[in-house]
Design a protein around this ligand. Structure first.
Ligand code: GLU
Length: 295
């Protein structure tokens, strides 16, 4: 029997920005199954860093859903909004390495910049989620220029200088089980964080980004196995990069299949897709749902 220190640690990490859908239930169940097969622990982490979208009532509802489903996660749960200083510390490390810069362009300005470029028949690069890469005029600014712009008090985000970060980190790998990647990638995968451009690390309405907080938390919670949907396959490249820059341990990654709607799109909270609460209220049991999802 493995002792407490060698037991694998899994986590389910939903954001309370809407009701859980069947895709989340699948993810929680796969985590539970893998943890139980390996004699591991299962943690629940509430990723509520984005204060504009997360609401406490969604957290209450998601815990009720998980309890109903019989997912045996450990308590207390970690709530990201209660650990901002951990992310600030990681951010300060990246800043001291000279890998971040303040970015002042608003969403509208980015859009206009990209549109002007594309109006000339040129293609503007987009990230794996389809968002245009940040143009990054500030990337070339001197320290004094940055300080002067910051002193004006203008709203800004902090971004990772991806080019510099990739050069500092060198080549990075992660492992993909059979056909895990969106293009059926398998085996040793060369991380490609540069596909995301200068990712945001913090912005006025969210003190830490998803990417930064997730790697900090996985390390602080001793997570050994990150099992999550294939929609996050490309994000793993950014996480591998941040782990190297921050000198954090690297968990094993597994990207599981996604549940798709009848049109072949991934389920989403915002589109009011197949809710877990709706399943519950229709009188169908948790066991029926387990059998339905874990085919
Ligand atoms: N909070 C993320 C979500 O709800 C998942 C993060 C992760 O598993 O790494 O999509």
């Amino acid at each position: 029997m493995p002792n407490a220190w060698s037991r694998p640690v899994f986590r389910f990490a939903p954001s309370p920005n809407g009701p859980l859908h069947l895709g989340h239930a699948l993810s929680a169940l796969i985590n539970e199954r893998q943890a139980s097969e390996l004699g591991g622990r299962l943690l629940l982490r509430i990723e509520d860093i984005d204060r504009t979208r997360c609401r406490p009532e969604f957290e209450t509802a998601l815990q009720a859903d998980l309890d109903w489903l019989g997912i045996p996660y450990e308590r207390p749960v970690r709530r990201q909004s209660e650990h901002l200083s951990d992310y600030e510390e990681a951010f300060a490390t990246l800043r001291s390495l000279g890998l971040v810069y303040p970015a002042f362009l608003s969403r509208g300005e980015i859009k206009a910049h990209v549109a002007a470029h594309e109006a000339q028949g040129r293609v503007w690069p987009r990230d794996p989620d389809g968002a245009p890469l940040y143009p990054g005029p500030e990337r070339e600014w001197s320290r004094a220029e940055q300080e002067a712009a910051l002193a004006t008090g203008r709203q800004h985000a902090w971004r990772l200088d991806m080019g510099k970060a990739v050069r500092a980190a060198g080549a990075l790998l992660f492992w993909a089980e059979s056909g895990e990647g969106p293009e059926g990638e398998t085996g040793e995968i060369l991380a490609a964080p540069e596909a995301w451009g200068d990712v945001i690390l913090s912005r006025p309405d969210a003190p830490s980004s998803y990417h930064l907080s997730v790697v900090v938390d996985d390390a602080l919670q001793g997570v050994t196995h990150v099992t999550r949907g294939r929609d996050l396959f490309h994000a793993t490249s950014v996480h591998r990069l941040l782990q190297r820059l921050l000198d954090l341990p690297v968990p094993l990654y597994h990207h599981h299949r996604l549940l798709l709607d009848p049109e072949g799109r991934k389920l989403s909270k915002s589109k009011g897709d197949a809710g877990l609460t709706a399943w519950r209220l229709s009188g169908r049991s948790a066991d029926e749902l387990r059998r339905f999802l874990l085919v």
